[in-house]
Write a protein that binds this ligand. Structure first.
Ligand code: NAP
Length: 263
């Protein structure tokens, strides 16, 4: 199926690795012109080279810490300058720290709000003037299953991810008149570098073989396994594409069925 993404101008943040990088790669496979961004320019350039080598389509890079809103403004402007406008943005960032309520003082609450919620607000705010000029505009926020069902030991994520869904849904109502679709994906446990690092750390702390910890990560997932970044990226790219042109205001779990809610 042709998703209608040939030549689409796409910005994906936090895309040097993991879900962001897989999403950027899939956009490029579909013929989009992609700008990828994260804090570390060197790893971004490695990722960009690897995507270009596979797809032959242009991939641009721009370093940006999404918690710094001046950098975000510059990122959006430079991206639009580099690729001649913007059709699609995917807001992504690193996850907030793990822990329960007692673990965090107000500074961490503030920095996590900046990372998880306000980074998306800033990216969308600065991108809107460009998206309004596009004929295939879409915004996708990458959140987490924690938005729908709290995850143990993740108080910051459990609190802030639902706020991003509130933002996404509200914007889907406001921006429909500009023909801009706004959706979110709630990834479940997906086999990225972050999850591999987490498994290694848990294995060390609990003195267990890393394979046992990796296997336990599938607990509670009806499919009995964790997801792959490609499975996430396929859905992300389809939702943003003209082929998904009537999908708007949706918060879609890609979690192998982990969330227990009926709706
Ligand atoms: P990952 O493999 O650790 O990748 C994180 C990416 O974010 C990297 O490219 C990193 O690059 C970038 N990044 C981190 N902090 C940043 C910042 N302040 N500004 C700009 N870029 C930043 O993580 P992932 O597994 O792909 O997860 C992506 C998001 O989905 C996270 O928010 C995570 O919490 C969420 N999520 C993941 C899963 C999962 O199972 N993988 C499940 C639910 C939710 P630099 O270091 O170069 O900045």
């Amino acid at each position: 199926m042709d998703l209608g993404l040939r030549g689409a101008r796409v910005l994906v943040t936090a895309a040097s690795r993991g879900l962001g990088a897989a999403t950027a790669r899939q956009f490029s496979r579909e013929g989009a012109i992609v700008v990828i961004s994260s804090r570390n320019l060197e790893s971004l350039q490695d990722t960009a080279s690897s995507i270009v080598e596979e797809t032959g389509n242009a991939v641009f890079t721009q370093a940006c810490d999404v918690t710094d809103f001046t950098q975000v403004e510059r990122l959006v402007k430079n991206s639009a300058d580099m690729v001649g406008g913007l059709d699609i943005i995917v807001t992504n960032a690193g996850g907030p720290p793990a822990g329960n309520f007692d673990a965090f003082d107000m500074d961490v609450w503030q920095s996590s709000t900046q990372l998880t919620l306000l980074s998306a607000v800033a990216l969308i705010k600065h991108s809107l003037p460009y998206l309004k000029k596009s004929t295939r505009a879409a915004i996708l926020t990458i959140t987490s299953i924690s938005a729908k069902q709290p995850v143990d030991n993740l108080i910051l994520s459990n609190t802030l991810r639902p706020a991003v869904i509130g933002l996404t849904k509200s914007l889907s109502l406001e921006l429909g008149q500009d023909n801009i679709r706004v959706n979110s994906i709630l990834p479940g446990i997906t086999d990225t570098e972050r999850i591999q690092d987490l498994a290694k750390a848990r294995a060390e702390i609990n003195n267990l073989p890393v394979e046992d910890v990796q296997a336990s990560m599938s607990d509670g997932i009806p499919l009995g396994r964790i997801g792959s970044p490609e499975e996430f990226a396929n859905v992300a790219v389809m939702m943003c594409s003209p082929a998904g042109g009537f999908i708007n205001g949706v918060a879609l779990p890609v979690d192998g069925g982990w969330i227990r809610a009926t709706l």
